[in-house]
Design a protein around this ligand. Structure first.
Ligand SMILES: Nc1nc2c(c(=O)[nH]1)N(C=O)[C@@H](CNc1ccc(C(=O)N[C@@H](CCC(=O)O)C(=O)O)cc1)CN2
Ligand SMILES: Nc1nc2c(ncn2[C@@H]2O[C@H](COP(=O)(O)OP(=O)(O)OP(=O)(O)O)[C@@H](O)[C@H]2O)c(=O)[nH]1
Ligand SMILES: [Mg+2]
Length: 440
């Protein structure tokens, strides 16, 4: 590992702002000393104890707070080293006084993510699990929570670890073919090895394909609202947001900048992007707005293409939900260019509940998994690593020179190892020589 755990760190683990209780967290070798200086003793492990906190408990000088104290001895603690928590009264002055005492005794403020980084360095979790914890802390919707909780609990790591173990096995057989070409290794050995490589490639490709669903759950499903000026796009955004997020006016070309609103539909985080009405324009600012609108349409998971009752579209964005607005002013056709239209009126409210249901179905379809129970890929970093592994395995299949094939297999394992953070080269050698029965 490229760095050492340095020093004893502390941080306010609860957010700033008005609150009753604040949790101050401390981790590092000096923890026991710090805790003794603050409250005079070390309570039994993992049991909350009520203690007076002093600037120096030895002299009982300057009472700082009365707090609940938790002692977490390493190496089985969250960070894998000694640490403790102080559940303080949340006033800023209390927090400041306690932080100053900790600094005076040699602790330093933690970097973002440093507690979990230590947990990783100390072997308490791998990189994918650590990322799952980061996502769990950020999770705003039920689907984000479930995905992040499974990942922080090792479900995704187990999948990657399983692939890495199987590659190790394949490599062991490959090494045997290299080292003992003249021995009577049955031909099934090579055949079995190629079959296993193909099986792994298929599993990885399925994982990547399904991965866009995990990425959507994690970052949110993005809907772009597009259409001609005055269609009622900003009115729709405001209804979806349940607030006045965008300016609505009868002037065509009101919206220029894209306006994003976050919400949740069917337990999934969603982002709605209102865009400038699309038309030919002489106005340079409006033209830039139209350019941005097209960009958002391209980036979106789903386009909500709106038109007013009196202005039917000539083209339809691929996969768009067609919405005909202003049914209060006149009828909207049931279909345009063969596509079904959802009729609504933001004025009268007609069709809005049906539209909401349709959007919920859309979100479900965009995030549902087809292979039941398989853990979902959630991040571009994992995707890049798995893609690299696939490329190496494909290169391995294309090689008929055993040494070169072995090298590609090793590179595939390394790609997976970088994803989980266990780039196990040394432990690979053990597996190669430890697993294969040479005497046979
Ligand atoms: N107050 C508080 N709440 C919290 C945490 C925390 O650190 N402090 N967590 C974290 O951020 C999460 C819970 N995760 C935790 C994981 C391990 C340990 C821990 O110290 N475990 C002990 C006991 C294990 C056992 O015997 O079962 C240990 O491993 O020694 C604590 C919290 C969420 N809530
Ligand atoms: N009668 C009627 N008027 C509507 C309806 N929905 C929106 N409007 C009105 O249509 C006008 C344009 O609405 P906006 O929501 O600003 O339209 P937009 O598509 O965002 O327009 P641009 O930002 O210019 O592209 C406003 O005056 C709205 O009040 C509707 O269902 N019925
Ligand atoms: Mg608008």
């Amino acid at each position: 590992m490229g760095y050492e755990n340095e020093g004893t760190i502390f941080a306010l683990s609860t957010g700033l702002g008005r609150a009753a209780i604040a949790v101050m967290r401390v981790s590092g070798a000096e923890s026991k000393n710090l805790l003794t200086r603050l409250c005079g003793d070390v309570p039994p492990p993992r049991h909350a104890a009520l203690r007076k906190l002093w600037q120096d408990a030895g002299t009982k000088e300057n009472l700082l707070d009365e707090a609940l104290v938790l002692w977490f001895p390493g190496p089985k603690s969250y960070t894998g080293e000694d640490g403790f928590e102080l559940h303080l009264h949340a006033g800023p002055a209390v927090i400041k006084a306690v932080a100053e005492a900790l600094v005076a005794y040699g602790a330093r403020p933690a970097e973002p993510g440093e507690f979990t980084r230590r947990a990783f360095t100390n072997g308490r979790m791998d990189l994918v699990e650590a990322e799952g914890i980061a996502d769990l802390v950020e999770a705003e919707t039920e689907s984000q929570r479930k995905l992040a909780l499974a990942q922080s609990d090792g479900v995704l790591s187990k999948l990657y670890q399983n692939w890495a173990d199987r590659l190790k096995h394949v490599l062991a057989h490959q090494e045997a073919l290299i080292d003992f070409p003249d021995e009577d290794l049955p031909p099934e050995v090579e055949q079995g090895l190629l079959t296993e490589i193909n099986t792994l490639i298929n599993a990885m490709q399925t994982h990547i394909r399904e991965g866009e669903r995990g990425e959507r759950i994690r970052r949110g499903v993005v809907f772009a609202i597009a259409g001609p000026p005055n269609a009622g796009k900003s009115s729709l955004l405001n209804w979806l947001a349940d607030r006045d997020a965008a300016i609505v006016s009868p002037v065509a070309g009101t919206t220029r900048d894209a306006i994003e609103v976050n919400g949740s539909l069917a337990g999934v985080r969603v982002t709605f992007v209102d865009t400038a009405g699309m038309r030919e324009t002489e106005d340079a600012i409006e033209a830039e707005g139209v350019k941005r609108a097209l960009f958002h349409v391209k980036q979106a998971d789903c386009v909500l293409q709106m038109f007013p009752a009196d202005d039917q579209p000539k083209t339809i964005f691929p996969g768009a939900v067609l919405i005909g607005n202003k049914t209060d002013l006149g009828p909207v056709p049931a279909k345009v260019l063969g596509e079904t239209v959802v009729p609504i009126s933001l004025q009268s409210g007609e069709g809005l509940e049906a539209l909401r249901q349709l959007l919920e179905q859309k979100v479900e379809a965009l995030t549902a998994r087809s292979s039941f129970g398989a853990p979902l890929l959630t991040r571009a970093r994992h995707k890049a690593g798995v893609q690299e592994a696939v490329a190496c395995l494909q290169a391995a299949l294309a090689q008929d020179w055993p040494e070169m094939r072995g090298e590609e297999l090793r590179l595939a394992m390394r790609a997976l190892g970088r994803v989980t953070g266990h780039v196990g080269v040394e432990d690979l050698l053990d597996a190669v020589f430890g697993q294969f029965c040479i005497g046979k």
